[in-house]
Design a protein around this ligand. Sequence first.
Ligand code: FES
Length: 124
Amino acid sequence: MVQAGQRVGRRIGSRVRRPAPVSTEPVTVAFQLAGGAVRQGPVEGGRTLLEAARELGVDLSHYCGGRCSCGTCRVEIVEGAEGLTAMVGNEAMVLGASRADAGQRLACQARLVGPVVVRVPEWF
Ligand code: FES
């Protein structure tokens, strides 16, 4: 017999879009930093831009710890927007339509599927 709580859990779970699996083949990521410096290197596919930033020693704000609630990890995609997974879940809501239209993404949500060049803005 199904309990009331289980039914609610099933309904909520059925609406959550799970990201499609992506290749783990290395891709090249370049971070353009304030002041003109560039940090780049190969990163395992499927990692988030935030994970890539950490691996490459890029200091990127992420106050909520990558939980898609603060928006401080937003970056500008300079080249290779197609090298990132599509926006799903709360990313569009946290980022906002105007920022999304301007080519920004949340680094904690965008996963690598191909080469990409990212500008790290100084928001604060
Ligand atoms: S780290 Fe908070 S939204 Fe990405």
